[in-house]
Ligand binder design. Structure first.
Ligand code: PGA
Length: 250
């Protein structure tokens, strides 16, 4: 399976900035290595401008940062999977910790979004992760277990590993400059793998697990070689095309 090197632009970039950044990323990478895939999770307002920049470019894709689990209707401010696809998205993120914390999204709701988006033909990267207080009080396994169990409850048992990935992002490592150490990443990714195999006995070992949280050009190559690390999800360091290029090819 290709390593999934994902950028999360969060609430950054106008259309002009997004086009400039994505086109220089695509041009500077050129022919994507066989074992890599790059997806940029961009704000809604830039998706339609970014779609054509990756259309037909092997190994590149764009995605939305959120989705609502209905196909249309009176859901002010929300966006449907069909709208994301229409704007050129192949992917969507669900359950990012910023949405869980700031917008009070619970795991059941994340699960509805995840299953609905998959059913509507989007590839989903579902984010999970614990706070420092949860880790320090010994709740790591129960927190990740709850997020994965509820988040994947409605997903088809036969889901293809091509369309579902999990991003493990310890909340205490996001945007803080604190990266989980190799030992923490190895242990936690092994735990996520165990939970995925329990949920999907046939294909759980092939579902990609991304690490996220202060990934930078200088730590990406070490992180990406760890067991059970099948990609990265990069926030701050993805905003600069040259920095994201280094990470994507690390
Ligand atoms: P960061 O963000 O790389 O800035 O820590 C990662 C994320 O939130 O996806």
């Amino acid at each position: 399976m290709k390593k999934l090197m994902a950028a999360n632009w969060k609430m950054h970039k106008t259309q002009a900035e997004a086009k400039e950044s994505l086109s220089s990323l695509v041009a500077s990478i050129g022919a994507m290595p066989e074992d890599r895939e790059v997806v940029v999770f961009a704000p809604y307002t830039v998706l339609a401008a970014c779609g054509p920049l990756v259309a037909g470019k092997s190994g590149f894709a764009i995605g939305g940062q959120n989705v609502y689990p209905e196909d249309h209707g009176a859901f002010t401010g929300e966006i449907s999977p069909a709208m994301l696809r229409d704007a050129g998205c192949a992917y969507v993120l669900t359950g990012h910790s910023e949405r869980r914390a700031l917008l009070h999204e619970g795991s059941d709701f994340v699960g509805k979004k995840t299953a609905f988006a998959l059913g509507q033909g989007l590839k989903v990267t579902m984010c999970i992760g614990e706070t420092l207080a949860e880790r320090e009080s010994g709740k790591l396994e129960s927190v990740l277990g709850e997020q994965l169990t509820k988040g994947l409850a409605l997903v088809d048992d036969a889901v293809s590993p091509d369309v579902l990935s999990i991003a493990y992002e310890p909340v205490w490592a996001i945007g803080t400059g604190k990266v989980a150490g190799p030992a923490e990443i190895l242990d936690t990714h092994a735990l996520v793998r165990k939970l995925l195999v329990a949920r999907f006995p046939k294909q759980g070992s092939a579902i990609r697990i991304l690490y996220g949280g202060s990934v930078k050009p200088d730590n990406a190559s070490e992180i990406i070689t760890l067991d059970n690390v099948d990609g990265v999800l990069v926030g701050g360091a993805s905003l600069d095309a040259a920095s994201m290029r280094k990470i994507a090819l690390a």
